[in-house]
Design a protein around this ligand. Structure first.
Ligand SMILES: Cc1ncc(COP(=O)(O)O)c(C=O)c1O
Length: 360
């Protein structure tokens, strides 16, 4: 039996919820009512944010979050070791991505390097909680205060992660989650923007319009459109699955943590993801010298592995002369091992055994 890199974790609860929603004949609404509103409320309580607005992907969440203030021709500090949406949202909104190197141990942005990269043109920072490992939000928030910068967290990997006893989702101005099927909380397609601001209601109204084609002030058949918006709203079937997944999120994340603890203890590789109770472990990564050969040998044993990620600054769209020594070194060696709550003890033993024989 093949061991998959990622898998959603579902049972009869999700099956029943999908069927009920299908049979209700109410599948979607740009108004964000029904299951979508219920999911937003429950998620808001879970992360303890001022407001939470559901959208149809992590990419949509980032695109809208960056549109909430004007970044035209301004620099936005981002890591390069991430999924390309982390940088695309900056270009989408007319900003300039400024790549900064990462911490060797956690692969998250290094606050000392962020501070060095800040210029008069810097407007925002997008910390990525890499693999679910929380960035140092204390230092990043203090940089944002000192230099008057907005913090948009890319928490695509970090649903359920914490920093300083507070859930990720309650720190930065906007925190963007992905609920892609293989994420910690999975659904057919979905994302969330958590807002933390004294004027959160005002941002809520803006996001509601921008996720539904610019529509505002709706009253029965009357409504207004004052600015352009996208079709970014979440559907009812995804939200129905999300409600069930949220109920078991802590359980799923604690299974992920136990797997990570086992990997961290028993993998005989020099460079591997550290263990932390605060991490959500969407990914578990190691570094190997010969990635191609390692991945091929693991595949021959029926174990799927991944490469997360090819550094964004090496894509032709982003190619620039920035030097990011740690990102570049890690980018050549990083491999992700299977990580999901369906892994059996046998699977985990097999993954550890073959990683130890092929990694060195
Ligand atoms: C770090 C990161 N940011 C953003 C995204 C985008 O999320 P989505 O696939 O839901 O659009 C992903 C998805 O894999 C991601 O890994």
């Amino acid at each position: 039996m093949k061991i998959n890199l990622f898998e959603p974790y579902i049972d009869e609860a999700e099956e029943k919820a999908v069927l009920e929603t299908l049979r209700s004949k109410f599948w979607a609404s740009g108004a964000g009512i029904g299951n979508v509103a219920k999911f937003e409320n429950k998620f808001k309580k879970y992360v303890n944010a001022d407001e939470c607005l559901a959208v149809n992907s992590g990419t949509a969440a980032l695109n809208i979050a960056l549109s909430l203030f004007n970044i035209k021709n301004c620099e936005v500090i981002i890591p390069s070791l991430s999924f390309v949406s982390t940088a695309n949202c900056v270009l989408q909104n007319g900003g300039i991505p400024k790549f900064v190197d990462i911490d060797k141990k956690t692969l998250c942005l290094k606050p000392e390097l962020i501070e060095k990269a800040i210029t008069k043109k810097t407007k925002a920072i997008i910390p990525v909680h890499f693999g679910g490992f929380p960035c140092d939000m204390k230092k990043i928030l203090s940089l944002s205060k000192k230099h008057d910068l907005k913090i948009i967290e890319d928490a695509a990997h970090a649903t359920g992660a914490s920093f300083s006893k507070k859930k990720i989702g309650s720190h930065g101005f906007a925190v963007c989650f992905s609920f892609h099927p293989v994420k910690n909380l999975g659904m057919p397609t979905g994302g969330m923007i958590a807002i933390n601001h004294s004027n959160a209601k005002q941002f809520k109204n803006k996001i509601e319009a921008r996720r539904w084609c610019g529509i505002t002030n709706r009253n029965d058949d009357r409504y207004e459109v004052e600015e352009i918006g996208d079709n970014y709203y979440m559907n009812e079937i995804s939200a129905a699955v999300g409600l069930k997944q949220l109920q078991k999120l802590n359980k799923m994340n604690s299974i992920r943590k136990n797997i990570a603890k086992n990997y961290e203890k028993n993998l005989e590789v020099n460079i591997k993801m550290p263990f932390s109770q605060n991490c959500a472990y969407h990914l578990f990564w190691i570094c190997v010298k010969n990635r191609k050969l390692f991945r091929q040998k693991m595949s021959e044993k029926g174990i799927q592995t991944g490469t997360h990620y090819k550094p964004i600054h090496t894509f032709s769209l982003y190619k620039n002369k920035v030097k990011l020594p740690i990102t570049e070194e890690v980018g050549k060696q990083i491999v992700t091992l299977p990580m999901h709550p369906n892994l059996s003890e046998n699977d985990i033993d097999k993954i550890i055994k073959f990683t130890n024989s092929f990694a060195n």
